[in-house]
Ligand binder design. Structure first.
Ligand code: HEC
Length: 153
């Protein structure tokens, strides 16, 4: 029994090891233009997207009243394409705040057309979902409410 466990452990480890190795080879092998490399280095790990929102701040704790308004806006304007907890016309938005910057989310809500044209992550999503997200013409305040609602999920 013990030997089998050990074999499984070693097999799993070597799988991880080869995955890691694969990634770095791929990175090293990607012939990215100089300008692209520099741009990425300038803002490490922070993809704010493109659009009207350049910076913002979230409160330490969730503003419950704002989140409630946001939920109402979401239900009125977004559920035609987004269902919580599962993929629909658009992605499942549960946990979106942990995979995207707040500014990115607001820009996606306020100007999805520009985002899928100029932001790499949004372009990828468009390719994956092959349907464009519709601009719901929300105000910045409404989008901010939805962002607050997302923080409660
Ligand atoms: C017509 C359908 C449609 C409507 C309406 C819509 N979306 Fe989307 N949404 C999408 C699709 C499809 C994507 C994936 C990107 C793409 O294909 O353009 C997306 C992507 C997103 C993303 C990025 C998700 C991720 O995984 O990073 C967010 C955030 C988002 N939508 C929020 C909203 C909000 C908030 C509303 C309401 C104001 C809304 N969407 C209305 C279809 C829609």
């Amino acid at each position: 029994m013990k030997t089998i466990n050990l074999i499984v452990a070693i097999a799993t480890l070597s799988l991880f090891a080869s995955c890691g190795g694969g990634d770095s080879t791929q990175e090293a092998g990607t012939a990215a233009p100089e300008s692209m490399v520099k741009k990425e280095a300038a803002a490490p790990g922070k993809d704010l997207g493109v659009g009207p929102i350049k910076s913002g701040s979230l409160g330490e704790t969730v503003d419950e009243a704002l989140a409630k308004t946001g939920m109402e806006t979401f239900e009125a304007k977004c559920t035609a394409c987004h269902k919580m907890g599962k993929r629909f016309v658009g992605p499942d938005l549960t946990g979106v705040v942990s995979r995207r910057e707040p500014e990115w989310i607001m820009n996606m809500i306020l100007d999805p057309e520009l985002m899928v044209k100029e932001n790499e992550a949004a372009k990828q999503l468009l390719m994956e979902y092959s349907a464009p997200m519709a601009n719901q013409n929300l105000t910045e305040e409404e989008a901010r409410g939805i962002l607050e609602y997302f923080r409660t999920l």
